[in-house]
Design a protein around this ligand. Structure first.
Ligand code: IVH
Length: 708
């Protein structure tokens, strides 16, 4: 099955020996600290080169070779496994898959009737031993023969309950991983604790599972992919069923016991009957890979029926009835060629890595986030370094770490700016995120342009050139200044006639009538775009109520977590003087139709209750009005028709939010409904694959009829 395209060619015995050394070191690093100097693709290619060389020169095979060994022979432990925890052989293409399946069918002497297809989760393998329904021991894979006891983690892994729904004795094997959200959370906790972060979700999950006395707790998630009879009950139920049932049915049985399985992932475990269908399913899963809430490094294809598995048996390393269809690695090594310092709307100075272009998860990546200067220092990055770049789900690419042993001496330190690279003012370095001391004023042109944009205040006739003129003339430092501009001041600007001045003044006047959500959006508060602004405005009803809300009250808004809430409170306080000037100018500060927040409960007091005095015609009795889209994330695609024909995307999004839903632009496992009109393209396919409900514009119009 060795494919020259995917094997590193090894010319002679010396190159072979060198390759074995590199692969063994890489495997040790990967399974140890999780910081291998080789990315997954390079490691796979190297091992294939080693395999090819060994096949041609069997007498040269070194005892330390990683081939034929679980985890490249890198790790051991002291709890023996009941049955070895093996690895999986790999294929990389449709041809290789077909070749493997044909080989298996030849061995069986009959066609495989049923295949199951499921994601290959990128975490670490563990075995969970349940006795009489109680989780008694958790063991890592180790070298496959014996693993490390990590039972101290029992109770901390989501999806792995301490008790089953039935008192059965069974061993469940699966993968422990961190979802993208768990990873972000874990990194934030670790940064707060010791200023470092985790390299990637896999090593974060591995470290977390092993850690015994960390002062902070990080969540991990388990997905089971197999179940075995466990002594002493391996003569009885459910052992007999585990030996007879197809894999896909066993996954259902395990789920019925209360354990999360690969069947509970957004792509599930799907049984199909031909290799062509397997290939089609592989492609479907690959297409939604970036949308999954956790990393996968391939797709596992298994002969589903117990009889096929039993007859096919195992090699020393892997089952013959299963194969991993590997997807290209989402972690790659590339070169850091520079660092750009960009200034955000609020004056935050954000470093961005400029990379030698690298193909990562289907797209060419040339930039990656570097968070903040302290992060650069912590990682010890230098210009010219080889760096590992990582991408998980729809998370923006991030630079992980320099590959220090590839340094040539030609690397240069990264220069930090002394003054704001945009306006030359001083930099406030008192926080982790540096900021131009002029804050928003530094980006006056950009922030005023944003505020007057079509989806915010929609002030026609105020293009960027005009705003530059106004800022340079000292007339405008932020968008509140627009409302106090006099006719004379505008007329005094270059190429500004009477008519255009009057038109502009009228447009500014009209902007005062915009509802709160547009005014709030115009503020450009970090992390609150159009739809978040609409949710906030609808929830609180008035600017007063928003300003009175504390972090806890803000979290009642869908999509606002503790971190965002705290940042919001801080920014709103900072924006206080600007908001006061808007109020004084007569800009609308209420949201039509919004009821304002409901008190949290009968005993609710304090700011929550005060914040409840929002404007608008509320029910007043605290009764809960269930809207048709409450709790739903809705995506719109294609051309709208019927009653919705004339609505723009922004208007559709507003409609969704009026009806209690959350508008989103991309389909993911979290999407509740896709409204798909004519010419709906890839979003429709993605929704179908993920099992997301799809409605026509007409069906959707009927659902939200009273809100149109
Ligand atoms: S089945 C006998 N199913 O991939 C081994 N493994 O590279 C049967 N893995 O050790 C394994 N997702 O840790 C199986 N859906 C899945 C998997 C999966 C991830 C891991 C597992 C295995 C490794 C092999």
């Amino acid at each position: 099955m060795t494919d020259a395209l995917h094997a590193t060619p090894l010319a002679d015995q010396a190159e072979y020996a060198q390759a074995v050394r590199v692969a063994v070191d890489a495997a040790a690093a990967y399974y140890g600290a999780g910081d291998s100097a080789l990315d997954d693709d390079a490691y796979d290619r190297l091992v294939r080169g080693i395999e090819a060389y060994e096949a041609a020169h069997p007498d040269h095979v070194l005892p330390g070779s990683p081939t034929g060994k679980v985890a490249g022979g890198a790790v051991t432990g002291d709890v023996p496994h009941t049955v070895p925890m093996l690895s999986l052989d790999n294929v990389f293409s449709a041809d290789e898959l077909a070749g493997w399946a044909a080989g298996l069918e030849r061995r069986l002497g009959r066609p495989v009737e049923m295949w199951s297809v499921e994601p290959k989760l990128d975490g670490l393998a563990v075995s969970a031993r349940y006795h009489a329904g109680r989780l008694t021991q958790l063991v890592t894979r180790g070298d496959g023969v014996a693993g490390e006891d990590v039972s101290h983690a029992i109770g901390t892994v989501e999806g792995l309950p301490e008790t089953l729904t039935e008192p059965v004795t069974v061993e469940i094997r699966g993968e422990v991983l961190m979802t993208a959200a768990q990873f972000e959370d874990a990194c934030a906790k670790r940064t707060a604790h010791d200023g470092t972060t985790f390299a990637n979700p896999r090593s974060a999950a591995a470290g977390t599972l092993r850690a015994k006395d960390r002062p902070y707790r990080c969540e991990t998630t388990f997905f089971g992919y197999g179940a075995l009879p466990l002594p002493p009950d391996d003569g009885g139920e459910p052992a007999a069923r585990l030996r007879e049932l197809p894999h896909s049915r066993i996954m259902e049985l395990v789920a019925g016991l209360g354990v999360r399985t690969t069947g509970a992932t957004p792509v599930g475990v799907i049984a199909v009957s031909t290799v062509e269908q397997v290939q089609a399913r592989v492609e479907e899963i690959a297409a939604v890979r970036a949308e999954l809430p956790f990393g996968i490094d391939g797709i596992v294809v298994k002969a589903d029926l117990a009889a096929d598995q039993e007859q096919a048996g195992f090699s020393s390393r892997a089952p013959r009835w299963a194969i991993a269809y590997k997807l290209p690695a989402v972690e790659k090594i590339t070169k850091l060629v520079g660092v750009e310092w960009n200034i955000g709307r609020t004056g935050i100075i954000a470093p961005r890595a400029v990379l030698e272009p690298v193909l990562l998860d289907g797209s060419v990546v040339t930039y990656a986030t570097l968070h903040n200067p302290a992060d650069i220092t912590r990682r010890g990055l230098m210009i010219g370094d080889h760096v590992t770049v990582y991408k998980a789900g729809d998370v923006i690419p991030r630079v992980e770490a320099p590959v220090v042993h590839l340094r040539t001496g030609a690397e240069r330190p990264i220069e930090f700016p002394d003054v704001c690279p945009r306006c030359g003012a001083e930099i406030d370095v008192s926080q982790q995120r540096w900021r131009c001391v002029r804050g928003r004023a530094c980006r006056a042109v950009a922030s005023v342009s944003y505020a007057v944009g079509r989806d915010q205040l929609d002030i026609e006739g105020l293009g960027e050139t005009r705003i530059v003129q106004m800022v340079e003339a000292g007339l405008v430092a932020d968008f509140a200044d627009l409302f106090t501009l006099t006719r004379e001041q505008i007329l005094g600007l270059d190429r500004m006639g009477e008519t255009s001045t009057d038109n502009l003044l009228a447009a500014i006047e009209r902007a005062k009538e915009k509802p709160l959500n547009k005014v709030f959006c115009a503020l450009g508060v970090r992390g609150t775009g159009r739809s978040m602004s609409r949710r906030i405005a609808r929830h609180f009803g008035s600017m007063d109520a928003i300003r009175a809300a504390d972090a806890e009250a803000l979290q009642a808004v869908d999509g606002i977590g503790p971190e965002k809430a705290a940042a919001l409170v801080e920014e709103l306080a900072e924006l206080g003087p600007l908001i006061d000037r808007l109020v004084a100018a007569g800009v609308t500060m209420t949201e039509p139709g919004a009821t304002g927040p409901r008190p949290a409960g009968p005993g609710a007091a304090g700011s929550d209750a005060e914040a409840g005095q929002g404007a608008g015609a509320g029910a007043g009795d605290g009764s809960v009005v269930e809207l048709p889209l409450t709790g739903m994330a809705v995506v719109v695609t294609g051309a709208m028709s019927g009653p919705l024909e004339a609505l723009s995307r922004t208007e559709m999004n507003e409609l969704i939010e009026r009806a209690g839903g959350r508008a989103s632009s991309s389909v993911s496992a979290r999407t509740s409904l896709l409204v798909a009109g004519e010419k709906a393209g890839s979003k429709r396919d993605k929704a179908a694959t993920l099992g997301v409900r799809i409605a026509t514009p007409e069906e959707f119009a009927a659902m939200v009829a009273s809100f149109i």
